[in-house]
Design a protein around this ligand. Structure first.
Ligand code: FCB
Length: 447
């Protein structure tokens, strides 16, 4: 533990929720077992060149077959909560109609296993693995998918709602819209800005309608959404760079947060979209602005804007993670303060934060001091925001264990637990040992 963080635990209240996070496609495997349908990520992994190491999610961390020992592993860390996602095609193979009892039974075992171990289940409905059958009918660009999602959300609440601490509708709508439908780097690999803007609108709309439906059905879990947000700053103090940063912030952050908290899209971005602006029907914006019980924020790095695109992370002077992302904890404080300034926030959770590093396993240990420092400095950044009035409620490390990092495949390791993919052996990295000790100190204060 570095000296500056010795008293870090003292900066958090007793009811602050500490956790670790994963998602279905990245860890589950069992891709074609027990009636699971195909997801768009199963399909996308087959596209030549789509995944850096030509891998897929067929086995991943084999989590479906190792559920009990993985639950023991999570409990051994001393966390309060586990954030996971449901594979929609595992529970409803075609994304509509029949439910798959074996798929539902898996998540029941997961949730009951968490509760038995005293852990709070934080369930995400959509962490990107849309049923391929719905993609074949138009996917997120099609408005009908909105209603399929609401039905799915209601079905999951019917099955598990009495046992969940929280339900998140979508994980990172920006990534689904932009990386999935404009840049084509993620499933389903489309390259159309128009489609991407319609997707973003449909994700937000389905979120709002799902919240209303779940509440009408008697929701007991807290309901929210998870956004990926960076802190945007200009590369230089020039007027052009500052204007670029203002626009980038409107495009990447406010395009999502303004509808959720103010019921409208930011006008400057709407204007620049022209014919690519989404089709919005009467009433949509009010549905999107349905009040949240909490906001989930995934934070990894800052966004640097330069009008001539000359900014280069490699020469910025900041250390980079193995993803090539700048390590910038101060940006997390600034982002949270910006959100607090712009909106009346519900309780805020950091639902993902962490870093990929090289992580060699030597003699049964992984000395990932860089990750431990990353976590310590970002947790301190959360405390800084909290002490300035931001209503922070929890923090979850991305990720519990190394897993399938989307188009980067298995080469990028985000886990605080190391996974040997040949043997599926899990080994706590030094960062996990630090987190466990830190949580012990947090909880010792309560008793
Ligand atoms: C986020 C994703 C998560 C993980 C991290 C590194 O965008 O939500 O699944 O891949 O990035």
């Amino acid at each position: 533990m570095t000296h500056a963080h010795i008293d870090l635990h003292r900066r958090f209240p007793a009811d602050f929720v500490w956790g670790v996070a994963t998602s279905s496609f990245q860890i589950e495997g069992a891709a074609r077992e027990d009636g699971k349908g195909e997801s768009i990520w199963d399909r996308f992994c087959r596209v030549p060149g789509a995944i850096a190491d030509a891998s897929n999610g067929d086995i991943a961390c084999d989590h479906v077959h190792r559920l009990d020992s993985d639950l023991d592993l999570i409990a051994s860390l001393g966390v309060d909560a586990y954030r996971f996602s449901v594979s929609w095609p595992r529970v409803q193979p075609l994304g509509a109609g029949a439910w798959n009892p074996k798929g539902l039974a898996f998540y029941e075992r997961l949730v009951d296993g968490l509760l038995k171990r005293g852990l709070k289940p934080y369930l995400t409905l959509n962490h990107w693995d849309l049923p391929q059958a719905l993609q074949d009918q138009g996917g997120w660009p099609a408005r009908d998918t909105v209603h399929r999602f609401v039905d799915y959300a209601r079905g999951m609440q019917r099955h598990l709602g009495d046992r969940l601490a929280a339900i998140t509708t979508h994980n990172e709508p920006w990534v689904i819209a932009v990386l999935g439908h404009e840049k084509g780097e993620f499933a389903p690999g489309q390259k159309s800005r128009k489609a991407s803007m319609q997707v973003a609108h449909h994700l937000l709309l389905s979120h709002g309608l799902a919240l209303q439906a779940l509440r009408a059905d008697g929701a007991r879990a807290r309901l929210g959404i998870v956004l990926n947000l960076g802190h945007t700053e200009p590369a230089t103090d020039s007027a052009a760079d500052r204007e670029q940063a203002r626009l980038d912030d409107l495009r990447g952050r406010c395009w999502y947060t303004d509808p959720l908290f103010k019921g409208r899209y930011p006008q400057p971005v709407w204007d620049e979209l022209g014919a690519d602006a989404p089709a919005v029907q009467d009433g949509d914006m009010a549905h999107i602005a349905t009040p949240l019980d909490y906001l989930g924020v995934n934070y990894y790095s800052r966004v640097v804007s330069s009008a001539d695109h000359s900014f280069d992370k490699k020469t910025s002077g900041l250390a980079l993670t193995d993803m090539g992302w700048e390590i910038y904890p101060r940006g997390l404080t600034q982002l949270l303060l910006t959100l607090h300034r712009d909106y009346t926030l519900p309780p805020v959770f950091i639902t993902e934060n962490g870093g990929a590093f090289k992580d060699p396993l030597t003699d049964g240990r992984v000395h990932d001091a860089d990750r431990t420092a990353y976590l310590q400095t970002h947790i301190a950044a959360v405390a800084d925001a909290m002490s300035q009035g931001v209503p922070m409620a929890g923090y979850m490390v991305w990720s519990l264990m190394d897993n399938f990092e989307w188009s980067s495949g298995y080469a990028k390791r985000f886990g605080i637990v190391h996974v040997d993919y040949a043997t599926q052996q899990r080994t706590l990295k030094d960062s996990a040992l630090w987190y466990r000790e830190f949580l012990r100190q947090c909880h010792a204060r309560e008793s």
